[in-house]
Design a protein around this ligand. Structure first.
Ligand code: DAH
Length: 346
C-alpha cells in the first residue's frame, strides 16, 4: 500500500513538472505501460490470499485511474499553453502599415467630358455616341459638304478607303442622330455627342492628330438662335464660373446658317485682358449655328416645319482653359505626375 502511494506521489511530481506533450507521453508509458510500476504491483496480486485480492486490485486500479487523470489534466494544460505560444508567435501585428493599393484617378479629359454630360443631362439632353471609323456620307455629305467641295480641305482627313475615314468631327454623330430621330418619328431632339476625332495635323502645343470634341444638337418647332445663346450662356457659367458672359461673332460652317463663333469672357482676368485671353478679354471656345435647311432635309426633316441649333467644342481646349494647361500633348503622354494632379477635381 505504501509502495502504491509512493508511486502515485512520484508520478504526480513528475507529471506536474512536465513541460511538453512529448515528455508527458513518455511518462504515460513509464507509469502505466506494461513494464511500469503499476503493472509490477499488479503482478504481486497472485501471491496474496484469495479474499484479499479484490480489495487489492481495486486499490491498484484506483491509483492507476488517478495517475491517468493527472496525465489528462496535464495534457489539457500543456495543449492550451502550446496553443497560446503558437498564437503569440504567429500574431499579425495589425499596427504595421500595409501596402496601399494604387488608386487611379480620372483623366482630365474625362473629367471635362463628364462635367459637360452632367450639365446637359440636367437640361434634358441625351448622350449619344457614334463610330470613329465613319462613312464619307455622315462625316461630309450629310453635313452639307459634298465631294470636291473646298470646305473639305479645312479638315485634313485620314481616309481608310474611298468611302471610310477617321471622323474629323463629332458633327458626323450629329448627322447620324438626326437620321435616327427622324426614322423614329420624334419631334424633339436634344443630344450631345462627345468623342474622339482625327485630323492629319502636325502635333505641337495646340494641335494633335487625335483630339476630342463634344457636339450639341437641338431640333424641334421654333428653335431659335436665342435658344442657342441661352443654352451656351448657361453652359459657360457652369464650366467657367457664374460671372462669365458669352458673345457671338459671325462665322461660317457648311452645316449651319447662320454660323457663329462663340467667345466666353476670360475667367482669368474677368475681361480686362491678360496673357490667357491675349489681351482681348475674350476666349474663343466653340463653333455653333442654326442647322442648315439642307442638313435637315437630307436627314428627312421638313425644314419649313422644324428648325434647330448645333454647336461643337474641343474638349482639350476647355480642359486647357479650365486647368491652365499650356501643351495639348500633356493629355496624351501618360506622365503620372501630370495625371495625378487631377485627383482633386473628381
Ligand atoms: N464641326 C466643327 C469643327 O469641327 C465644329 C462645329 C461648328 C460643330 C459648328 C457644330 C457647329 O455642330 O454647329 O470645326
Amino acid at each position: 500500500m505504501e509502495h502504491l502511494t509512493k508511486i502515485k506521489e512520484q508520478a504526480k511530481t513528475e507529471i506536474e513538472a512536465c513541460e511538453d506533450n512529448a515528455s508527458l507521453q513518455q511518462l504515460r508509458i513509464l507509469y502505466l505501460g506494461k513494464k511500469g510500476p503499476i503493472q509490477e504491483v499488479m503482478k504481486t496480486m497472485k501471491d496474496l490470499p484469495k479474499e484479499e485480492r479484490p480489495a487489492f486490485g481495486a486499490q491498484v486500479n484506483e491509483v492507476k485511474n488517478e495517475i491517468s487523470q493527472l496525465l489528462e489534466e496535464r495534457k489539457t494544460i500543456l495543449e492550451e499553453k502550446e496553443m497560446l505560444e503558437t498564437m503569440e508567435q504567429e500574431r499579425i501585428d495589425i499596427t504595421l502599415s500595409g501596402y496601399r493599393p494604387h488608386m487611379g484617378n480620372m483623366h482630365p479629359l474625362m473629367i471635362v467630358q463628364q462635367e459637360l454630360e452632367d450639365i446637359f443631362i440636367g437640361l434634358g439632353y441625351q448622350v449619344a455616341e457614334g463610330p470613329e471609323v465613319e462613312c464619307d456620307l455622315y462625316n461630309f455629305e450629310r453635313a452639307n459638304i459634298p465631294k470636291d467641295h473646298p470646305a473639305r480641305d479645312m479638315q485634313d482627313t485620314f481616309f481608310i478607303n474611298a468611302e471610310e475615314l477617321l471622323r474629323t468631327h463629332t458633327t458626323a454623330v450629329q448627322m447620324r442622330q438626326l437620321e435616327k430621330y427622324h426614322e423614329e418619328g420624334k419631334e424633339l431632339i436634344k443630344v450631345i455627342c462627345p468623342g474622339k476625332v482625327y485630323r492629319r495635323d502636325d502635333d505641337d502645343a495646340t494641335h494633335s492628330h487625335q483630339f476630342m470634341q463634344c457636339e450639341g444638337l437641338v431640333v424641334g418647332k421654333d428653335i431659335q438662335l436665342s435658344d442657342l445663346k441661352g443654352t451656351l450662356s448657361f453652359m459657360a457659367k457652369k464650366m467657367f464660373g457664374d460671372k462669365r458672359i458669352i458673345r457671338f461673332r459671325p462665322s461660317y460652317f457648311q452645316f449651319t446658317e447662320p454660323s457663329v463663333e462663340v467667345d466666353v469672357s476670360c475667367h482669368i482676368c474677368g475681361g480686362k485682358g491678360c496673357h490667357v485671353c491675349k489681351g482681348t478679354g475674350w476666349i474663343e471656345i466653340l463653333g455653333a449655328g442654326m442647322i442648315h435647311p439642307n442638313v435637315l432635309e437630307m436627314a428627312g426633316f421638313d425644314s419649313t416645319k422644324v428648325s434647330g441649333f448645333a454647336f461643337g467644342m474641343g474638349i482639350e481646349r476647355v480642359a486647357m482653359l479650365k486647368y491652365g494647361i499650356d501643351d495639348i500633348r500633356s493629355f496624351y503622354t501618360n506622365d503620372l505626375r501630370f495625371l495625378k494632379m487631377f485627383n482633386r477635381f473628381e
